[in-house]
Design a protein around this ligand. Structure first.
Ligand SMILES: [Zn+2]
Length: 145
């Protein structure tokens, strides 16, 4: 399923910046700045998903090629939920993984605001909104945070 289908939009209606584990880095934030400041997008959705393999790998501390650096972006969320969730702190603990998926979305939204004065200003002025959600694979629904 592509992102347009999740939101019942036509192809081309959604400006998609996709990365495994839905985190923010310079390139992703720049794409969002372009979408909102230049192309006129009104809504940024940070969309995690149920059963995310990248989040699971971060929970397991996987080290593999360039994936190691990618997973480092998700590690702050893993560390944040460790204190409030019971062991084991790995991908076999579904509650731990689910909490990390939610935390990673919230952390990413904070990152976007911190990394981009342009987007923070647009949001403060009410010109854009930034929302987080988790896509549920089984139902096809988005749980908004
Ligand atoms: Zn994923």
């Amino acid at each position: 399923m592509v992102d347009e289908e999740v939101f019942d939009q036509a192809l081309g209606d959604v400006f998609v910046a996709r990365v495994a584990g839905n985190f923010a880095n310079t390139d992703i934030v720049a794409s969002m700045e372009y979408a909102c400041k230049v192309a006129g997008s009104k809504l940024i959705v940070v969309l995690g998903h149920e059963g995310c393999g990248a989040v699971k790998a971060a929970c397991d501390g996987v080290e593999l090629g360039n994936i190691t650096a990618l997973l480092a972006n998700i590690q702050p969320a893993v560390n944040a939920v460790k204190s409030s969730n019971e062991s084991p702190h790995n991908s076999e603990n579904v509650e731990f993984v689910n909490a990390t998926i939610v935390e990673n979305v919230n952390h990413t939204i904070t990152q976007i605001r911190n990394m981009s004065p342009i987007l923070a200003e647009l949001e403060d002025a009410g010109d854009i909104a930034i929302k987080g959600g988790v896509y549920q694979l089984a139902s096809g629904e988005v749980s908004w945070l």
